[in-house]
Design a protein around this ligand. Structure first.
Ligand SMILES: Cc1ncc(COP(=O)(O)O)c(C=O)c1O
Length: 388
């Protein structure tokens, strides 16, 4: 334990110690349910669906019918009929032959990458890919190389340097989780065609957000290509929990047989599946949810950049406010909290060294007055700290 204690002390000295913040509030909603009003700009529940009455009532109905747990893995006896309904809706959203739900997005990434890439293969990943992609690439045993963020010249160079006939996978986030910019998918697909590679797209932050009815990055760019494997989560804009892969029938059948995090874990609770089904129906029926999210995002982005803050290349409801130094990012976040606003400071190793930032996420359920309050605090604190 002394060894671990020492490591923790070192992290604290570098302002990199992480700790859990306790809240008895609704962690996903835009605002607190307590009298001491608190606003949250740190949730990935982009559409506010985690607290939507329809999702809640569908989840409750599923508990009444099927109980709270699923009892076993999907291949044993946990495969309730809700899975089939959900997977058909996901395949339809992503315009693929089939889809497969995993218990989390993290498990979908490590399970799929581990099943489709092996020793001797080559994986090329964007430098800012999510940790679950990096873990999946490493666990696969394939040779793993990183290309500079969204740099197609670098990707092309790595592709042309590979061993002849080496099976190759290009892996990228759709919307990057800490920078909020979008992968240049059309260029990636062109390179994949040219070099006979497969593309694995993590659409955790784009599903329910980007493209027609929130169908994601591929349809945003009007791309439909058998070389593309699409991953998404049910845990962010769709308000619940779970991850999924959308692709061909053969791919899905292969994953059912080979993806260990799919095979060796208990199936999701019926309530979670029912809530996701309701979420997918809602984004089809109520397009105003997604358009309101983008209105809020564009309003905040325009005003905060006009104030002089650096929002990097954000193109989505994830808006980083670049600070650089971890201690200053933490101090900014603390000042906001003292004024009733929660925005997380993101520090290394989640982001590269020297690029600490505040990560603001807008939701469809934030009001204009709430966004103005956030902007007002940003201006005061930013000026006090000499950032703007
Ligand atoms: C880009 C990205 N991929 C995958 C995941 C993992 O998804 P989940 O939270 O459903 O496990 C996350 C978020 O946590 C993410 O941001």
């Amino acid at each position: 334990m002394d060894h671990y204690k020492e490591i923790l002390q070192q992290l604290e000295e570098k302002h990199l110690l992480r700790s859990l913040r306790q809240t008895d509030d609704r962690p996903s909603s835009a605002r607190s349910t307590h009298e001491h009003a608190q606003l949250f700009f740190s949730s990935n529940d982009y559409l506010g669906l985690a607290n939507h009455p329809v999702l809640k009532s569908e989840a409750i109905a599923a508990i009444q019918r099927w109980g709270v747990g699923s009892g076993a893995s999907r291949l044993v006896s946990g495969n309730t009929p809700l899975y089939q309904v959900l997977e058909e809706k996901l395949a339809s959203l992503k315009e693929t032959e089939a889809a497969l739900v995993f218990s989390t997005g993290y498990m979908a990434n490590i399970g799929t990458l581990g099943a489709i890439a092996h020793q001797g293969d080559l994986i090329l990943g964007d430098r800012l890919n999510h940790a679950s992609l990096i873990d999946g690439c490493r666990l696969s045993g394939a040779t793993f190389r990183v290309y500079r963020h969204r740099d197609m010249v670098h990707l092309k160079k790595l592709l042309s340097n590979r061993k002849k006939e080496q099976k190759t996978l290009i892996v990228t986030d759709g919307i990057f989780s800490m920078d909020g910019d979008i992968a240049p998918l059309p260029d990636i697909m062109t390179l994949a065609e040219q070099y006979d590679a497969t593309v694995y797209l993590d659409d955790a932050h784009a599903t329910g957000v980007l493209g027609p009815h929130g169908s994601g990055t591929a349809s945003h760019f009007k791309i439909s290509n058998p070389r593309l494997i699409q991953m998404g989560t049910l845990s962010k804009a769709l308000g619940g929990l779970g991850g999924f892969i959308a692709g061909s029938d053969v791919l899905i059948q292969y994953l059912v047989n080979k993806a260990r995090p799919f095979i060796y874990t208990t199936a999701l609770p019926p309530a979670t599946l029912a809530a996701s089904i309701a979420a997918l129906d809602l984004i089809q029926k109520e397009p105003s949810l997604i358009s309101q999210l983008w209105e809020n995002r564009n309003d905040f982005h325009k005003k905060v950049t006009r104030m002089g803050f650096n929002t990097l290349d954000s193109e989505s409801p994830i808006i980083p406010i670049f600070i650089g130094d971890s201690e200053r990012a933490l101090a900014f976040s603390r000042c906001l909290l003292e004024n009733g606003i929660h925005v997380s400071a993101i520090r290394p190793p989640t982001v590269p060294k020297g690029t600490a930032r505040l990560r603001v996420t807008l939701m469809a359920t934030h009001t204009t007055a709430e966004i103005d309050l956030l902007l007002n605090q940003f201006e005061i604190i930013g000026k006090n700290m000499g950032i703007i």
